[in-house]
Design a protein around this ligand. Structure first.
Ligand SMILES: Cc1ncc(COP(=O)(O)O)c(C=O)c1O
Length: 430
């Protein structure tokens, strides 16, 4: 069997990795994963790593869940995919029915896609056309937040606050109204003021309820989210909740909107939607939005948008079973209990370290912000590399160490995660 070095060489010969400088791909000691068991990834040399980032926040119950494997195999015996453009598929109908019962959206209709960015892009276009269909042509601006991240397509990038080296695309990004993000304790006040000042030109407000994940797990309180959403809905704006990261249990509820008691007009789902098995996302629209698109066949009010793999039957079958398992296994109870344990251990073992500036947590989404004394030390990346050597896979956002363990993480795995992080910080930051 080829060694890790050999696999890395073969990898970089043919693959262009996202958000990765390929000239030093090999120097950064990447892992080439071959298989997994539960919450552990196993590399081509047979070494095991606890998946401390849920494979970029998509894995929920763990890897190779027999029930999900079975749902996938069962669906392959029927059909893998048939188009949702103008036609339907039984597996997708059944999944949409089940999801429709639990999403915090009134009388929902789901438009499926494959990535989070596509779900956001759809929401943007739906919000724009909603107002056009209603004959209100002035409402085409979006209110977005500082620190926001909604994906990498041009539309979702426009809503996002930039950064991550994407600023060079600024000439392509369309302008939005932007208020501070959750980092600013007065973000809600500023958002409410902007809604009041600009209501007649705003199509929608877009926010990540409770946690801005990619900006380093910036958190806010449910009341602030409720205050802003309420004001937006009173002013007639559409509210787009981007729950691509927070959805499917990460924050302790099935959806973070529930914790804030908000009912968005459009809800974006992705990542954990199939438990991390298959790429599937969706934009969920309420009745008010959906009805504005009804009219004569082929008329202009139709939403002329759709993706080839929209509503893929394999993904739908897995997503459906996944939703049942979240309930059957009382997964949200585990999230609440492990989140408490994690908070306690971080408080006892990590918080006092001089290199740690802040710890932010909501459920099983955590950001540990390091404070390097000077630029260029790459503490975030080096601490994560040190954690990987200790058998815990982590990936930073700048100097914020992100902890997003699977929702089925055990007490022992919480301890392993914090131990590895503590000794990695000690090794790198002294
Ligand atoms: C809140 C949020 N929205 C959208 C996206 C984009 O999702 P995807 O990477 O699947 O396109 C992300 C990805 O991290 C996200 O965190």
């Amino acid at each position: 069997m080829a060694s890790m070095d050999e696999w890395i060489r073969r990898d970089e010969a043919v693959i262009w990795h996202g958000f990765t400088q390929m000239s030093c791909f090999a120097d950064n000691e990447p892992l080439i994963i071959e298989r997994a068991a539960g919450n552990e990834l196993i590399d081509v040399d047979g070494r095991r790593y606890f998946d401390g980032i849920s494979s970029l926040w998509v894995t929920t119950l763990g890897h190779r869940i027999p029930e999900l494997d079975e749902a996938l195999i069962e669906q392959t015996r029927r059909i893998a995919h048939s188009t949702l453009l103008g036609n339907g598929n039984r597996a997708t109908v059944e999944f949409a029915e089940a999801l429709g019962e639990v999403v915090p959206v009134e009388r929902p209709h789901l438009l499926f896609a494959s990535d989070g960015a596509a779900a956001v892009e759809q929401a943007l276009k739906i919000a724009f056309q909603y107002w056009v269909n209603r004959g209100e042509h002035r409402r085409h601006t979006y209110l977005a937040l500082g620190g926001a991240y909604h994906g990498d397509s041009i539309g979702s990038l426009s809503l996002g606050a930039g950064g991550f080296g994407t600023d060079l695309f600024d000439p392509l990004r369309f302008p939005v109204l932007r208020v501070p993000g959750y980092e600013d304790p007065d973000w809600a006040g500023r958002a409410v003021q902007t809604i009041d000042d600009h209501a007649s030109e705003l199509a929608a407000i877009v926010l990540e309820p409770l946690v801005q994940g990619a900006s380093g797990m910036q958190t806010t309180d449910p009341d602030s989210v409720l205050q802003v959403v309420t004001r937006a809905q009173e002013a007639g704006l559409l509210v787009i909740a981007d729950e691509v990261a927070t959805g499917f249990g990460r924050t302790g509820a099935l959806f973070a909107s529930e914790l804030s008691s908000v009912v968005p007009d459009l809800l974006c789902l992705g990542k954990g939607m199939t438990g991390g098995y298959l790429p599937m996302s969706a934009t969920v629209a309420n009745e008010r939005v959906y009805d504005a698109f009804l009219g004569p066949d082929s008329s202009e009010v139709t939403f002329h948008h759709g993706h080839s793999y929209s509503g893929n039957a394999l993904a739908a079958a897995v997503g459906h079973r996944h939703l049942e398992l979240i309930e059957e296994w009382d997964v949200l109870v585990n999230v609440a209990e492990r989140a408490q344990e994690l908070a306690k251990l971080l408080d006892e073992q990590i918080k006092m370290h001089p290199a740690v500036q802040a710890i932010r947590q909501r459920g099983l989404m955590v950001g540990v912000e390091l404070a390097p004394p000077e630029q260029g030390l790459r503490w975030g990346r080096r601490v994560c590399a040190a954690a990987v050597r200790r058998g815990v896979l982590l990936r930073p956002l700048g100097d914020v160490i992100v902890l997003v363990p699977p929702l089925t993480t055990t007490t022992d795995q919480v301890a392993l995660l914090v131990d590895a992080l503590g000794s990695a910080i000690e090794e790198v930051c002294g």
